[in-house]
Write a protein that binds this ligand. Sequence first.
Ligand SMILES: CC(C)(COP(=O)(O)OP(=O)(O)OC[C@H]1O[C@@H](n2cnc3c(N)ncnc32)[C@H](O)[C@@H]1OP(=O)(O)O)[C@@H](O)C(=O)NCCC(=O)NCCS
Length: 265
Amino acid sequence: MYPSLHLNLGEAYRRLSGHARARAHLDQGRAVAALADDGYGRMIIGGLERLGWRGLSRTGGNGLVDMIEHHPDAAFGHLGTPRLILRRFVPDDLAAFVEYRCDPEVARYQSWDAPFSVESGERFLAELATAHPGTPGEWFQFAVCRRVDGVLIGDCAACSTAHDPRLVEIGFTFARAHQRRGYATEAVGHLLQYLFTAQHERPPAHRVSASCDVRNVRSAGLLERLGMRREAHHVESAWYGGEWTSEYTYAQLRREWFTQRSAAP
Ligand SMILES: CC(C)(COP(=O)(O)OP(=O)(O)OC[C@H]1O[C@@H](n2cnc3c(N)ncnc32)[C@H](O)[C@@H]1OP(=O)(O)O)[C@@H](O)C(=O)NCCC(=O)NCCS
């Protein structure tokens, strides 16, 4: 009833195409397969998972499980913009990282409280040492340094959603001394370009979103400058710093990003 599969991505895609209880199609250049949730289907799903495919949420009641080829960007090294380098954090970043996280102005609308301890910083950087961008369900923090002198000025972060890694959330933090110089726009803009482009077998993001406290006008301004759309105003939706806070959610689709930049995806 099923095609016999050599669990090779290209093969899986070709052989599954058109089959009654198993379908496959190309989405943004990557293979997406839908397999029946029965004994044989689950065997194929297990094989695909061993090859790095991910199960997506079930589609509307047709009994099929959607799968997508997904690999974290384990080969990630660094990204470059005219003035900045986005790279992996290294142990030498600890002092500068803890310093800007300790600034109450920087921490005001963030998930941590200032002061931020050196031990928390060490733990954070140790966890990042073995992490890769694009790992579903995990945040990855990119250190942002000035090209001219290598000084760490802040960080950007991205998290691929666990149930569908094509949906990505971002965050960003810049040291007060390095704000209002266009660095955040340059770094986060480049992060979006990276996320919307397939890299080292990581599929491109379909949608990137970000949330911010409605009082965080600089964060909202940055997201709007980058062309993100305010999609939601959640009223008292999060408990931060001992109070209910309201949040905006911004988002952008891949096709919108490339259309705005008049470049083919
Ligand atoms: C959110 C945050 C990253 C925004 O930073 P930002 O300084 O507003 O953004 P940029 O670095 O892109 O700077 C943009 C400003 O620099 C100006 N600028 C100066 N030189 C520039 C240059 N060479 N190129 C571009 N812009 C330049 C721009 O005109 C703009 O000014 P404006 O805000 O008066 O319009 C920053 O406020 C921050 O880190 N806050 C603390 C952490 C935080 O709250 N994170 C978000 C949680 S949701």
